[in-house]
Design a protein around this ligand. Structure first.
Ligand SMILES: *[C@@H]1O[C@H](CO)[C@@H](O)[C@H](O)[C@H]1NC(C)=O
Ligand SMILES: *[C@@H]1O[C@H](CO)[C@@H](O)[C@H](O)[C@H]1NC(C)=O
Ligand SMILES: *[C@@H]1O[C@H](CO)[C@@H](O)[C@H](O)[C@H]1NC(C)=O
Ligand SMILES: *[C@@H]1O[C@H](CO)[C@@H](O)[C@H](O)[C@H]1NC(C)=O
Ligand SMILES: *[C@@H]1O[C@H](CO)[C@@H](O)[C@H](O)[C@H]1NC(C)=O
Ligand SMILES: *[C@@H]1O[C@H](CO)[C@@H](O)[C@H](O)[C@H]1NC(C)=O
Ligand SMILES: *[C@@H]1O[C@H](CO)[C@@H](O)[C@H](O)[C@H]1NC(C)=O
Ligand SMILES: *[C@@H]1O[C@H](CO)[C@@H](O)[C@H](O)[C@H]1NC(C)=O
Ligand SMILES: *[C@@H]1O[C@H](CO)[C@@H](O)[C@H](O)[C@H]1NC(C)=O
Ligand SMILES: *[C@@H]1O[C@H](CO)[C@@H](O)[C@H](O)[C@H]1NC(C)=O
Ligand SMILES: *[C@@H]1O[C@H](CO)[C@@H](O)[C@H](O)[C@H]1NC(C)=O
Ligand SMILES: *[C@@H]1O[C@H](CO)[C@@H](O)[C@H](O)[C@H]1NC(C)=O
Ligand SMILES: [Cu+2]
Length: 576
């Protein structure tokens, strides 16, 4: 009887099927589904119970994990009394601007009892980002990490870590933050500062009545950990350090950077930074404090407290009783206004710019813009008293325009060609008044207001200089651009000099990111390619300044081809 084996045939079929499957997975990516139920939750911090807005009753909210190339679908259902919208901070949203999330910019808010499905792909990005509410001050408790892994089978351009740990920094108020900001907007004064900073929602042992709410990082000796640092604080830039340990920065805003060693990281609200932590070879039998403190340059009061967590080396179970007696080392952090440290840290961040991850810096510029960013004062409405300096209202602006939120969404108005009564396209490309921006400001500058945008043809290369002003006081402003990464080609102190400064620009391997600090009393130059049709918000990521109007929007027109156009809105897009 003739006998033959089918095995080789089957294994061939399986091999073809597997490699087809893998190729498909590599090309198309998979779809990740999430459900976000927005609901209230009682949370106790600093000996006080507070009813906060959460996703699924979790604080911080759930981590979104996806691979580069995946589609992410998040159904958000609003069960709370507030209007809500969620922003996927740093996600490029290529031709999916309807899913970007800033309220009244790309969508009307999701009202109580309503839902909306955010639907986008993660294209050409890998690293850490985060999601947060993008309406009023609700992001104070509505935030969580976004972890984008490389495509399957693609390694990191640095040693594979033993473990990966997101650490998301936040700010905690004992009082209700919606009341705080609404009151401040009425009175014109500065809103109250926070009571604590947090690591993954935990203030740590340096605050009263808080030691049980301490973030602990338990490690093994001789291993490499990837810490995914995220600054979700509302109003404060932070210095971060771990006692007696160096960190290697490998990625910023989901872009790989040239690795560099540092003991202290500076991270502004809206920024993310991946660092490698190499633990000591031998168990040191000690615990180390992990700490964060503010970097603050502005004229206003700020929360000058310190959040701390604990780095704990794993010890065999029969020695755990001893560990408490072991010494606790504290890290040394810069003084709150150490701009020298801040500047030297920021300058170390360079794109990896390797063959696999090139820095595609625009070399020629189609359109130049020069924006001043800073604070300002408005007169007090007639029969009221105001709490800004000398009975005024504090405000903030870009090119002296304080942005007024429309009552319907800009993107819908743009898409349906009905801008009338919603926005105008006359946002100034340059300051309306020229003065010594970082010197003594003139006293006759009144801030104007309006819902003004800049319109860009598809695929324009843009160079934008952002210049801090010293009106009321110079201050570092972390500016965040939606829908794009930009290259930070230059920065400096004093007034930008258009004749001499461009010669010093880095057009080879500048940092590529979505949020950059405009230096206190200085300027920053960025470049980006406007290849993503839609309406894209740009604003200070210090929420207090956003509330005061330090925000504007870019409209990028459709290109000629089908794949250069913004598709129509999804049918469940919320209405105003
Ligand atoms: C929170 O606590 C308050 C009183 O302490 C209670 O009335 C309320 O029902 C609680 N809310 C939730 C969502 O548990
Ligand atoms: C998400 O968007 C894609 C592309 O437009 C579409 O094919 C898919 O049906 C959408 N999914 C959901 C759940 O809306
Ligand atoms: C950190 O790096 C610096 C500079 O290379 C070095 O002097 C220092 O000893 C390192 N510290 C630790 C704890 O490894
Ligand atoms: C830590 O304790 C273990 C067990 O007692 C010991 O073997 C080790 O040498 C200690 N490490 C250091 C750095 O002292
Ligand atoms: C902030 O606290 C530090 C000590 O942690 C202190 O040196 C500094 O003077 C304080 N700054 C302000 C403005 O309160
Ligand atoms: C307990 O400690 C002893 C000596 O320090 C060690 O030999 C033993 O393996 C440990 N037991 C466990 C369960 O870790
Ligand atoms: C930082 O603050 C300290 C304490 O308030 C002050 O003495 C110092 O001049 C400030 N440094 C800078 C660079 O502003
Ligand atoms: C001024 O105050 C009066 C009395 O309180 C009030 O009726 C009026 O509406 C106010 N006017 C304005 C412009 O707010
Ligand atoms: C407030 O008024 C006083 C007196 O006119 C002036 O010296 C001061 O500079 C003013 N403050 C601001 C912030 O304008
Ligand atoms: C602007 O003001 C600063 C601070 O007073 C001064 O040092 C600088 O020379 C001024 N620049 C110009 C161009 O006037
Ligand atoms: C967009 O502009 C870039 C840079 O100027 C250029 O390389 C690319 O070909 C352009 N793409 C389209 C579709 O016009
Ligand atoms: C919620 O949003 C809708 C639509 O913009 C608006 O009419 C309503 O006043 C908002 N409600 C609150 C409580 O802000
Ligand atoms: Cu943002």
């Amino acid at each position: 009887m003739a006998s033959f084996s089918l095995k080789p045939f089957f294994s061939l079929v399986i091999t073809i099927w597997l490699s087809y499957g893998l190729a498909l997975a590599k090309r198309a990516g998979m779809t990740r589904h999430y459900k976000f139920d927005i609901k209230m939750k009682n949370v106790t911090r600093l000996c006080q119970t507070k009813n906060i807005v959460t996703v699924n009753g979790q604080f911080p909210g759930p981590t979104i994990t996806a691979r580069e190339g995946d589609r992410v679908i998040v159904k958000v259902v609003n069960h709370v009394q507030y209007n809500v919208s969620i922003h996927w901070h740093g996600i490029r949203q290529l031709r999916s601007g309807w899913a970007d999330g800033p309220a009244y910019i790309t969508q009307c808010p999701i009202q109580t009892g309503q839902s909306y499905v955010y639907n986008f792909t993660v294209t050409g990005q890998r690293g850490t980002l985060f999601w947060h509410a993008h309406i009023s001050w609700l992001r104070v408790t509505l935030y969580g990490p976004i972890v984008i892994l490389p495509k399957r089978g693609v390694p990191y351009p640095f040693p594979q870590p033993f473990k990966e740990v997101p650490i998301i920094f936040g700010e905690w108020w004992k009082a209700d933050t919606e009341t705080i900001i609404n009151t401040a907007m009425q009175t014109g004064g500065a809103p109250n500062i926070s009571d604590a900073y947090t690591f993954n929602g935990l203030p740590g042992p340096l605050y009263n009545c808080s030691s049980k709410d301490t973030f602990k990082l338990k490690v093994k000796p001789g291993k490499t950990y990837l810490l995914r640092l995220i600054n979700a604080a509302l109003n404060d830039e932070l210095f971060f350090s771990i006692a007696n340990h160096n960190l290697t920065v490998v990625e910023a805003d989901a872009v790989y950077v040239k690795p560099f060693k540092t003991s202290i990281v500076l991270i502004t609200p809206g920024q993310t930074t991946n660092v490698l932590l190499k633990t000591k070879h031998h168990n040191p039998n000690a615990t180390f404090l992990i700490a964060a403190q503010p970097y603050a340059t502005g004229p206003a009061a700020f929360d000058n407290s310190t959040s701390a967590g604990i780095l704990e080396y794993h010890t065999p179970s029969n020695t755990t009783k001893k560990i408490k007696k072991f010494p606790l080392s504290k890290p040394k952090l810069p003084i709150f206004n150490d701009t020298t440290f801040a500047t030297s840290f920021i300058k170390k961040i360079r794109s990896l710019n390797s063959a696999n991850f090139p820095a595609k810096v625009p070399q020629k510029v189609d359109k130049h813009y020069f924006f001043t960013v800073g604070l300002g004062l408005n007169p007090c409405p007639k029969n009221r008293t105001c709490q800004g300096p000398n009975n005024t209202m504090l405000t903030a602006s870009v090119n002296n325009v304080s942005f007024v939120m429309p009552s319907s969404a800009l993107l819908q108005a743009h898409f349906s060609n009905q801008s009338k009564g919603v926005y105008t396209t006359d946002f100034p490309a340059n300051p309306q008044f020229k003065f010594n921006y970082t010197g003594t400001p003139p006293n006759n500058i009144m801030v104007t207001s309006g819902t003004k945008v800049v319109v860009l043809p598809f695929n324009t290369t843009v160079e934008l200089i952002m210049q801090d002003t010293s009106i009321i006081g110079a201050e570092s402003h972390p500016l965040h651009l939606h829908g794009f990464n930009f290259f930070v080609v230059g920065q400096g102190f004093g007034n930008y000099k258009s004749k001499t400064d461009p010669a010093k620009f880095n057009l080879v391997d500048p940092a590529e990111r979505n949020t950059v600090g405009v230096p206190s009393g200085g300027w920053v130059a960025i470049r980006f390619l406007a290849d993503n049709p839609g309406v894209w918000f740009m604003h200070c990521h210090l929420e207090v300044h956003t509330s005061w109007g330090l925000k504007m929007a870019w409209i990028v027109m459709d290109g000629k081809h089908r794949h250069q156009k913004l598709p129509p809105p999804p049918s469940d897009l919320p209405k105003c």
